[in-house]
Design a protein around this ligand. Structure first.
Ligand code: THU
Length: 160
């Protein structure tokens, strides 16, 4: 028997103003995309924006459904737009922002587990890390250098 310590590293930015210009622009797009979220049930809106290697920005937002499990998170709406329209372009960065109708979210809102799994597929496929930046409505932003840093001991195609 042995115990292994897993370590990960994140960077914390104090506010959107502290982000590098390109990332601030990307986060602005995620915030803009959030406005179009269809979230009548949770009233929790999420926007996601991907920056591709040719400068293209692709956005998405959460889409809910009266049959609750048929809804979809913003990150997966956006990544599938990327993969279906630009399957050969590399993804450089992802920015995520969330807002709730019941409170002002001042802490970074992390992508859910299913989104991390989905995103990891494309990071592995492109063999290059995707930087992930996430925030609430205001306040600090967390940056992870890679999707896999957010998903230790991941399930991947090597098991199939
Ligand atoms: N949601 C996202 O869009 N991304 C996440 O990573 C977590 C949750 C959405 C799904 C649902 O529409 C609402 O937020 C509440 O869970």
């Amino acid at each position: 028997m042995k115990k292994i310590e897993l370590k990960t590293q994140i960077t914390i930015f104090d506010s959107i103003e502290e982000l590098p210009t390109i990332v601030k622009g990307l986060m602005d797009k995620a915030i803009e995309a959030k406005q179009n979220a269809y979230a009548p049930y949770s009233k929790f809106k999420v926007g996601a924006a991907f920056l591709l290697d040719d400068g293209t920005i692709i956005t998405g937002n959460n889409q809910e459904n009266a049959a609750y499990p048929s809804g979809m998170c913003a990150e997966r709406v956006a990544i599938w737009k990327v993969s279906s329209d630009f399957p050969h372009k590399k993804i450089l960065k992802l920015a995520i922002s969330a807002s709730s109708s019941s409170q002002i979210l001042k802490e970074p809102v992390a992508p859910c587990g299913a989104c991390r799994q989905t995103l990891s597929e494309y990071e592995i496929k492109q063999k290059e890390k995707i930087e992930v930046y996430f925030m609430g409505e205001e306040g600090e932003i967390i940056k992870s250098d890679s999707v896999l840093d957010l998903l230790p001991i991941a399930f991947d195609k090597t098991f199939l």
